[in-house]
Design a protein around this ligand. Structure first.
Ligand SMILES: Nc1ncnc2c1ncn2[C@@H]1O[C@H](COP(=O)(O)OP(=O)(O)OP(=O)(O)O)[C@@H](O)[C@H]1O
Length: 230
């Protein structure tokens, strides 16, 4: 379980998150929703200590990570699949995946789950990451995160910019990571339909504040329209 309590987060003097309290229950998916620029990415970055300054508590299974540097938070079991995927194009698929292990116990082997969930990556380990399609690069970014053997996976708009016919594949992979591996996932998402299919709970952000949260089944269309319609 990952719990944020009264989290404030800053870029320079500018406060991007205000008094955010949310919980990702163990083995569930928490969807973080809201319009562009409301602080969803900042929420994920704050969990890893990647903003300029923050206050409040960040507890992973009871251990407060808020005073810890980023590498300790990663070692404690938090992995990040950033927006835009950020794979290294000149590295092979194998190298990109193994790099994820540096965040935890050091690069070792390709995670056991890779052949099961990402057969394409397994069959093409020596190809450079840069030649992959957007969907394949997203799979690679997820496989890289799994190489750290995380307890909690932070995912930032994982289907953004991916061809529509591939989006469903990525969505299925995310659901399988939760149901088959039992991973706790915090999923930043603009696609409410997918959030409803995958997530157990939601937190809706507006101007850096949580304005609604709870079980995903309790997310009303009225709340979606009020806080997400353009
Ligand atoms: N590195 C930064 N330095 C200063 N301000 C930033 C930085 N990154 C984000 N911000 C500001 O923080 C606020 C929240 O941005 P954030 O990227 O977290 O929103 P978001 O909900 O993830 O949006 P998007 O859906 O566009 O990714 C915005 O006002 C943004 O301009």
């Amino acid at each position: 379980m990952l719990t944020l309590t009264n989290l404030d987060s800053f870029y320079g003097r500018s406060q991007a998150l205000h008094d955010v309290s949310v919980t990702a229950r163990a083995g569930t998916i928490l969807a973080v929703l809201g319009r562009n620029g409301v602080g969803k990415t900042t929420l994920l970055r704050s969990i890893l200590g990647l903003t300029d300054r923050q206050s409040g508590a960040i507890r992973l299974e009871g251990e407060d990570l808020a005073a810890q540097p980023t590498y300790r938070r990663a070692k404690a079991g938090i992995a990040y699949v950033p927006q835009g995927r950020m794979i290294i194009p000149d590295f092979t698929i194998r190298e990109n995946i193994l790099m994820g292990g540096f965040a935890a116990k050091g690069p070792r082997a390709i995670p056991e789950i890779v052949p099961k969930i990402f057969p394409y990556l397994m069959d093409n380990l020596d190809r450079p990451g840069g030649v992959l399609s957007g969907g394949q690069q997203q799979q690679l970014a997820i496989a890289r995160a799994l190489a750290a053997e995380p307890k909690v996976l932070l995912m930032d708009e994982p289907t953004e910019g991916i061809q529509p016919n591939i989006v469903e594949q990525i969505e299925d992979i995310i659901i399988r990571l939760n149901t088959e591996l039992g991973l706790t996932i915090i999923l930043v998402e603009q696609n409410v339909g997918f959030a409803r299919r995958a997530a157990h709970d939601f937190a809706m952000l507006e101007n850096g504040r949580v304005v609604a949260d709870g079980a995903i089944a309790s997310l009303t269309e009225e709340t979606v329209t009020r806080h997400m319609a353009i």
